[in-house]
Write a protein that binds this ligand. Structure first.
Ligand code: PLP
Length: 460
């Protein structure tokens, strides 16, 4: 039976787009086709995807930050095969699994400070939902402060603390008592917390949409304010955790310990959906405060053995292969290399990030000819400019990257943490070439992207 499915996978690979157009999300199929991202990848290993024509593509998207250890890591695959072969008694529900206990123990060891009580989830947004519930219940206060540009997931609770209008629209009214404040603004945070009636301040330690990094004193200051006004701190490290920023958890860069830490994406090495809310015994004890309330928050699949085994194996790989250190080193090389390019190319205004979570900011050029094209393009569509970078990166250089958010003119990369110096050199050379083309006013880059704007306008 399983062999048949794998045979069918091979036989029907070319049908992916047809099947998705018919049965899944036809609008997304159109987007991929219009930007030339319809490569139809057929296999993947480490930092590389292989497309239907056998071309290898350097994956600097990593499934939005899922593949920190690289794709199809053989150690995690082996552990998963072994776990299935062991016929473990998974999800009995009215008993306890040892693998979930072991992964919880490991998470308590690698997370900072006194974070040691673990609740397992199936996704990032589920982790955020749980964290919001924990903070509201433990504090007895329903208000939540969140940041501008924040992205915490798309279920209704997480969406209530999501600052992006394109996701919120058509869903209002959302949870009451959610207060947006600008990121990196301690005065605004204090203003919001001053009444003493806010249960939690939720933030991404490094923001994913736009890749905004906290100022040196921001998180320490926020910690002090939260302590002063009786507000819990929820660090959402769904994307920036597990080595992504060059520390195991990004909060370590700024020396703070949140009250609740949410992780997910990279935890299972990309094999099984999984996530975790890691909090203090004190907060956990306030939610689960009697035998009647032992299921005060629960789910069905959170502790499934395959996810737990994959989580343990993934952390082993992160540690044994020194991937956190590699993330800091390779990220440092990319940021330094890209910063040099800001001197050469006027539209590349800033490079920001930590480790291998990097945003490249573009801004209106000073020279008259480029300025006119920039203005025209932004008049057509505020989201087009970055395609002038990401499309040729893929088409000409076989590097997969992404746009960092709506209307931001920021290109983002999230490479696997196991990339090497050759991959970094390849990326920097490709960016140099793509930027050179983008700065030629008579070159084909502007035409391609303007045509894209016209086609998109016609078909939407
Ligand atoms: N939080 C952050 C910071 C994220 O980046 C994401 C997803 O991109 C989420 C939460 C939601 O995670 P999921 O897509 O697994 O629900």
């Amino acid at each position: 039976m399983s062999t048949e499915i794998v045979e069918k996978y091979q036989e029907r690979l070319a049908e992916a787009y047809t099947l998705h157009r018919k049965f899944v999300n036809p609008q997304f199929v159109r987007v991929l086709e219009v930007i030339g991202y319809d490569r139809n990848y057929v296999s993947a290993e480490g930092a590389y995807l292989t497309d239907a024509n056998g071309v290898k593509v350097l994956d600097f998207l990593a499934g939005f930050g899922v593949y920190n250890i690289g794709r199809n890591h053989p150690h995690v695959a082996r552990v998963l095969h072994d776990t299935i072969d062991a016929k473990t008694a998974s999800l009995v529900q009215m008993d306890l699994g040892v693998l979930s206990g072991m992964l919880a123990e490991k998470l308590a060891e690698i997370t900072p400070g006194n974070l040691e009580a673990v609740f397992f989830t199936n996704s990032g947004t589920e982790g955020v939902e749980g964290a919001l519930k924990f903070a509201r219940q433990a504090s007895g206060k329903h208000k939540i402060v969140h940041c501008h540009h924040a992205f915490h997931g798309l279920t209704l609770g997480a969406l209530s603390v999501n600052a992006n209008p394109e996701f919120r629209e058509r869903n209002e009214p959302l949870l009451p008592g959610c207060i947006p404040v600008p990121f990196n603004d301690l005065d605004a945070l204090e203003e919001a917390l001053r009444g003493g009636d806010v249960g939690a301040f939720i933030f991404e330690t490094v923001q994913g949409k736009g890749v905004f990094v906290p100022d040196d004193d921001y998180l320490k200051g926020a910690r002090e304010l939260c302590d002063r006004y009786g507000t819990y701190m929820i660090a959402d490290e769904v994307q920036c955790g597990l080595g992504r920023t060059g520390k195991m958890f990004a909060v370590e860069h700024w020396g703070i310990v949140p009250d609740i830490l949410v992780i997910s994406k990279a935890l299972s090495g990309g094999f099984i959906p999984v996530g975790a809310i890691v909090t203090t015994r004190e907060i956990h004890g306030k939610i689960f405060d009697s035998m009647e309330r032992c299921f005060a928050h629960s789910n069905t699949f959170g502790q499934n053995d395959l996810a737990m085994a994959a989580g343990l194996a993934t952390i082993e790989v992160l540690e044994k292969e020194n991937l956190v250190e590699n993330s800091a080193r390779m990220g440092g090389r990319i940021i330094a290399g890209m910063q040099k390019l800001t001197e050469k190319y006027e539209m590349l205004s800033e490079v920001r990030g930590k480790g291998l979570m990097i945003g490249m900011q573009f801004a209106e050029p000073k020279s008259m000819a480029l300025k006119a094209s920039w203005k025209l393009l932004h008049k057509m569509n505020n989201d087009l400019f970055c395609q002038m970078i990401t499309m040729p990166l893929l088409e000409k250089h076989n590097i997969l990257s992404q746009v960092a958010g709506h209307g931001l003119d920021t290109v983002k990369i999230l490479p696997p943490l196991m990339i090497n110096d050759v991959d970094v050199d390849k990326f920097l050379a490709a960016m140099d070439d793509v930027l050179k083309e983008a700065h030629k006013i008579t070159g084909s880059a502007w035409k391609t992207v303007k045509d894209l704007g016209i086609r998109t306008a016609r078909t939407s």
